[in-house]
Write a protein that binds this ligand. Structure first.
Ligand code: FES
Ligand code: FES
Length: 214
């Protein structure tokens, strides 16, 4: 509004409601930005954050490494792993807890990472398909089982099946074929190659038992 269009009352008061709101917005933006830039994000998001707010910068324990990452409040673990940490071995199929392609281990238990908020896995151990191989390049027993039996066609579902099997075998190292099939039934294969997948996973169970016996 120009001066000419203002009422005499507005002209006598240089602090109009609009200029006041503009000032508050500008001041707030400047203060929060300068705090972030000059004092570091912890100062803004750490002790001084509002009650109920979530600290965005977090440290995730993934495959035995501590990874610092900036995570949005509603971000799923699958998104963080794939798009922030570059661990694209974790696949996204349905993105709604139906197919199991995104399965990872959290504290040794299989979970659908598409349906877990990353902020809920603070202080937990996350293991993805990239974390199975030993540092010297030795394949994990479940990887070896897949290589031996050539268990997959397109293999889009493979990492999810493998992580589900790794988790299942930790609790049930000597399953029957039916028990193993039931244990990993939360994973789907659109190539429907279930028989070969089970051959591979039963071989994986054998390798796992042999590895733990030595
Ligand atoms: S992508 Fe997570 S269950 Fe399908
Ligand atoms: S082998 Fe193709 S989706 Fe399972």
């Amino acid at each position: 509004m120009t001066i000419a269009m203002q009422t005499p009352q507005q002209q006598s008061n240089p602090f109009s409601r609009r200029s006041f709101i503009k000032g508050v917005i500008a001041t707030g933006a400047t203060v929060s930005a300068s705090a972030y830039l000059f004092r570091g994000p912890e100062a803004v998001l750490g002790q001084g954050s509002m009650p109920g707010s979530v600290e965005r910068l977090m440290t995730l324990n993934v495959n035995g490494q501590m990874r610092r990452v900036d995570v949005m409040k509603q971000e799923t673990l699958a998104m963080t792993l794939r798009y922030k940490l570059g661990l694209t071995g974790t696949k996204l199929g349905c993105d709604r807890s139906e197919c199991g392609a995104c399965t990872v281990l959290i504290d040794d238990v299989p979970h659908y990472s598409c349906s877990i908020l990353t902020h809920t896995v603070r202080n937990k151990k996350v293991q993805t398909i990239e974390g199975l191989e030993a540092e010297d390049g030795t394949l994990h027993p479940v990887q070896q089982g897949v290589v031996d039996e050539q268990g997959f066609q397109c293999a889009f579902c493979m990492s999810g099946f493998m992580m589900a099997t790794v988790g299942f075998l930790k609790a049930n190292p000597n399953p029957t074929r039916a028990e193993l099939a039931h244990g990993i039934s939360g994973n789907l294969c659109r190539c429907a190659d279930y028989n070969k997948i089970l051959n591979a996973m039963m071989r994986a169970a054998e390798h796992t038992r042999r590895a733990t016996a030595t």
